[in-house]
Design a protein. Structure first.
Length: 317
């Protein structure tokens, strides 16, 4: 009998409680002040030794994700293999639940899961600093996706400081029937700044600062103050590109949510609610309003990806 060893990891999505966007740098990225929170809406990545690198995708969001070498999880496997002098012979299976082009770092979560999973599968024992530097090469949100919990991100979002959280927060995430491309939303923000005649480059726009009110509310577990302090500079940009998002935001707050906020560059809207019971009520009302296509109940913070070992019998189909 053959035995197959796989590693499976749960890879959580994120919501930005604060997203302050500064000017565009010479390298094309924007200076950010980002407060990240990892939430329980997650993908599951399973890595099994195989002849060659291949990707399969299942789950409710599978149709929207590339099942080939362009997938960021495959790029993570290749990067780690190259860095370790190994052949990237791995079957990566992604069970996709995080909204695609939803601003919730779904691709970054899969990449972080693949890094942690391959580190375990290949018994590399790489330390956190090494995995974080590979993560930053893959994308601005991948370092946070690796760390989980709550953190402040500066630079292009990759320089992290862990933040304390005083209480679990409860959320409803409402998906639109469309996604938004992150580069397109940043480009639209720049176009708006230029046409308003205000500075738009990193030397003209002051670097955004962490909101003290927000991180104090988060640390104290004061959900009402947290709701008050949520803020995303890309929200007016995304709602101007897709005005129907304004109706989604209104439906959630009309349904009793404490606050609504665009997730990252959109198009998912996150609603902060007081508890799990209110989450169910708000989710039902949002769906009934017809202003979203699905509503996911989640809570945060949750930890970053951690490997679980699975031993099965049979072939790696
Ligand atoms: O780093 P990542 O590949 O995830 O970024 C995707 C795109 O988002 C970048 O190409 C850029 O257009 C935009 N971005 C940005 N400033 C950041 C992060 C992302 O302009 N700090």
């Amino acid at each position: 009998m053959t035995y197959l060893r796989s590693i499976s990891v749960r890879a959580p999505a994120k919501v930005n409680l604060q997203l302050g966007v500064g000017g565009r740098r010479d390298d094309g990225y924007h200076e950010l002040a980002s407060v990240f929170l990892a939430v329980s809406l997650s993908d599951r990545i399973t890595l099994t030794a195989a002849e060659e690198l291949r990707v399969t995708v299942g789950g409710p969001r599978a149709a929207d994700v590339p099942a080939d070498a362009s997938n960021i999880a495959a790029r993570a496997v290749e990067l780690l293999a190259k860095r370790s002098g190994l052949h990237p012979g791995v079957h990566v299976h992604i069970d996709k639940h995080i909204p695609v082009q939803g601003g919730m770092a779904g691709g970054s979560a899969d990449a972080a899961g693949a890094l942690v999973g391959c580190d375990a599968l290949w018994n590399l024992g790489l330390g956190r600093p090494e995995l974080l530097s590979l993560a930053a090469e893959l994308g601005s949100d991948v370092p946070f996706s690796l760390v989980g919990g709550a953190a402040f991100g500066s630079g292009r979002g990759e320089r992290l400081t862990v933040l304390p959280v005083g209480a679990t927060t409860h959320w409803v995430f409402a998906t639109a029937g469309f996604g938004l491309s992150t580069p397109a939303v940043f480009a639209e923000q720049e176009r708006r700044r230029r046409s308003a005649g205000v500075p738009w480059t990193a030397d003209g726009v002051p670097s955004p600062l962490m909101s003290r009110k927000l991180v104090d509310a988060l640390a104290a577990g004061d959900t009402a103050s947290l709701a008050d302090a949520l803020g995303n500079d890309l929200e007016p940009v995304a709602t101007s590109m897709r005005p129907q998002l304004t109706a989604t935001l209104k439906s959630g707050t009309d349904a009793g949510a404490l606050a609504g906020i665009l997730c990252g560059s959109g198009a998912t809207i996150g609603f902060l609610v007081s508890d799990g019971h209110q989450a169910r009520t708000v989710a039902q009302k949002l769906l009934a309003s017809g202003t979203c296509t699905s509503a996911h109940i989640a809570a945060g913070p949750v930890p970053g990806p951690e490997p679980e070992e699975i031993i099965t019998t049979g072939e790696n189909g």
